[in-house]
Design a protein around this ligand. Sequence first.
Ligand code: ADP
Length: 851
Amino acid sequence: MAAGSAIQIPTRLPLLLTHESVLLPGSTMRTSVDSPRNMQLVRSRLLKGTSLRSTIIGVIPNTSDPTSDCDDLPNLHRIGTAALAVQVVGSNWPKPHYTLLVTGLCRFQILQLLKEKPYPVAEVQQLDRLEQFTNDHKSEEELGELSEQFYKYAVQLVEMLDLSVPAVAKLRRLLDNLPREALPDILTSIIRTTNQEKLQILDAVRLEERFKMTIPLLVRQIEGLKLLQKTRKPKQDDDKRVVAIRPNRRISHGSITEDEEEEEDHDDVVMLEKRIRTSSMSEQALKVCLKELKRLKKMPQSMPEYALTRNYLELMVELPWNKSTKDRLEIRAARIVLDNDHYAMEKLKKRVLEYLAVRQLKNNLKGPILCFVGPPGVGKTSVGRSIAKTLGREFHRIALGGVCDQSDIRGHRRTYVGSMPGRIINGLKTVGVNNPVFLLDEVDKLAKSLQGDPAAALLEVLDPEQNHSFTDHYLNIAFDLSQVLFIATANTTATIPPALLDRMEVIQVPGYTQEEKIEIAHRHLIPKQLEQHGLTPQQIQIPQVTTLGIITRYTREAGVRALDRKLGAICRAVAVKVAEGQHKEAKPDRAEVGEGEDCKEHVTEGAKPESISDTADLALPPEMPILIDLHALKDILGPPMYDMEVSERLNQPGVAIGLAWTPLGGEIMFVEASRMDGEGQLTLTGQLGDVMKESAHLAISWLRSNAKRYQLTNASGSFDLLDNTDIHLHFPAGAVTKDGPSAGVTIVTCLASLFSGRLVCSDVAMTGEITLRGLVLPVGGIKDKVLAAHRAGLKRIIIPQRNEKDLEEIAVHVRQDLTFVLAGCLDEVLNAAFDGGFAVKARVEHLNSKL
Ligand code: ADP
């Protein structure tokens, strides 16, 4: 059995001492190295050596390396395995060590120990023949029957395993191709054996002896498998994999061996295949998946593409190709849901109901996409959610704000590292059905960039003619989006790309009036906040005056989001008080307190538990419910942020209040003017756009040409207003860019006040475009502007005459609070803006609340 003419291992081998595992020729083992001698061997031999010879080491089993290098070397096991070090990985955690991957080559016997330090080196004698594997089955005749018998068992064992698992199929092939003499070692290292048994096989130097010893081990494994298969018969397919023989090649630290990982992975791939075949994907998709799966099976797991392909297949399986929820649309119920969830917004609710009614009558609706346009916090998103609720559909919100890459919508091609599907496909995966309600939030905030135009990609998604075969770049297969109900929201239509806007039906959602806000707060926001903070109405009471206080002094917005936040802040403050109170109450000898009492202290001796609300199972502290009055409001929210009183700012000539429209709703805007000695220059500040600058020039020109009529003079009494005079116009807030023609009338009024020295009425606000001839032209956003003026406590509003029709949209109680002046020319504006009128001949039309 001594080495023949085949490959020779070196006669001097460095020795690696292992204790917990046995490496057999032909198998691979991962072992952890942390003892001083073994570490030395790795460092000076494996990491420094460059020749192939230097990577061959002798692995001595059953011998533990001393923990200190000054200890004596223990008795070495007589026989070892010459091995090739394939991989060394170093780590410092939890202590310095190397993990070594070694492949066994052949047996050797130690003839003489040559040195012990820094690591043992021995003169060795090769015991097995080591040659390249060929189909030359020479030894067959030599061993005859024994080898045949062994081979039969081996084949029987392998065929009991699941041959569809690639590793098993490979093993089956190896059985035929490997020289028989190599089989006992290889099979022993694969089947379930103890270290002791492996050691015996290693020590069995004679081949015949090795065959004899291995056969019982094989038989034992076969019997074990039969038993397992019997007990798990029903789930046969899977079990073949489960009972797959477990190799015993563990690394010394007990982590999972490579083969176990591989095996688990095969389990997964088989499962994946099953899922692919049973999924309801389209035929085309199935074809692609099976092709990818075939590739996956051939790929080594370490390949980066493996994970990529796998993720792709997982996604394909998870996508809801055919899964949908059943629509349960009943218009009457829908109306109730919408009414219950939202106060006011009548126009919006009406339009949504119409939309849903048409859907009910006509199953396949290829209508326009609804787009809710309005300031933030007016309930656009939450109406979308209610629509999903009424239809019994899943709801998914896709935030488009700031999206500037078309692959955000349509996905990245799979050739990119880290490629992923777009938001639409991702959303479908998240909801798990193919007919959800998708809310495309903030379509007006899409941006263009070098990575393409996301709006163009959205077009394909939203177009009913195209979206039944929407192709995401990542999927590279058409997915039918025609069942998805898309709803869009935006703050303004101005920045929505026209092509996209064309496919949408815009429904304006205006801001709320104070009264509406109070109702919304008490019906919806406060109950929601109480629930979120674990409070009950028995613990906190917010009267309507307080809500009005929050609305007018702590918020200035079109929607109710800031109001909601402030209510949240109040609830937090109260929660602390309640928790403190409960803590106090938890102490013995305190009396319990009844519910529903006023804010005064009431101590009811021996009060019955039934008087305490069941959610507040702990006794209520004496001061319950905590009443939030205006005083408490100041304590919690700090000093008021806004003052209702705008008149203080109008206490000198040269200031007027304009009304502006922004995507966040209407705003009031102070325009200030001052004059000084100079050369007739006009200075404009406040980040104005070109249109606004032109309005300022127009206003000055009109005033100069009408100076005599109105008796306007400069500081030196001349009717030439710019003679030796500079004018400065400023529009706060200085940092916000403003543009648009609607400030024209305000600038005229402000300058007229400056040059006449008269004060503009403190409760007047105005909006309107002007012409050089002094006409007032209509402007947009009247409703939001009027609401802003109402919020700010102004009373008289000057609007262009041709905007009269817009007043109809404004709630009656708001109109009742305000006086509207419909102005057709600047004379009328000035007359209405100054107490006692401005020009004697001007005709002014006052419209009182009848509108
Ligand atoms: P948007 O999408 O318009 O910015 P949201 O839908 O997010 O606003 O609304 C903000 C909050 O205000 C939500 O909690 C919503 O329930 C509430 N809300 C807004 N309008 C109403 C309303 N009319 N009735 C009840 N709650 C409302």
